[in-house]
Design a protein around this ligand. Structure first.
Ligand SMILES: [Zn+2]
Ligand SMILES: [Zn+2]
Length: 101
């Protein structure tokens, strides 16, 4: 009687499939959808911390000169960092991302 084992194998196969599909869905096309919704002129390039909203670099720089509010949720923007190209997102959250050039 291996029916239990069989169904376990089934579950594992299902899980593997689901994982693969999820991985495929992660790749987002970088199109005009990626435009900054503040100015609609530049591509979204930075993500704010801690609220994770995004805008282009120009907009957040100007915003931080006057106040530190997020455009969208009005929460305090403690810092922002570049949105890494999808190829190497491995260690962007390692810290040291607060330097303002
Ligand atoms: Zn912008
Ligand atoms: Zn926000």
């Amino acid at each position: 009687m291996n029916s239990e084992l069989d169904s376990l194998c089934d579950v594992i196969v299902h899980l593997r499939k689901a994982t693969k599909e999820a991985e495929n869905n992660i790749e987002e096309p970088m199109d005009e959808d990626n435009l900054c919704t503040i100015c609609y002129a530049n591509e979204v390039a930075v993500v704010f911390h801690p609220c994770k909203h995004t805008s282009c670099r120009t907009c957040i720089k100007q915003q931080l000169m006057s106040c530190r509010e997020c455009f969208y949720c009005k929460s305090n923007v403690e810092s922002y960092s570049d949105i890494a190209p999808s190829s190497d997102m491995a260690d962007t959250s390692a810290g040291g991302a607060t330097s303002s050039k």
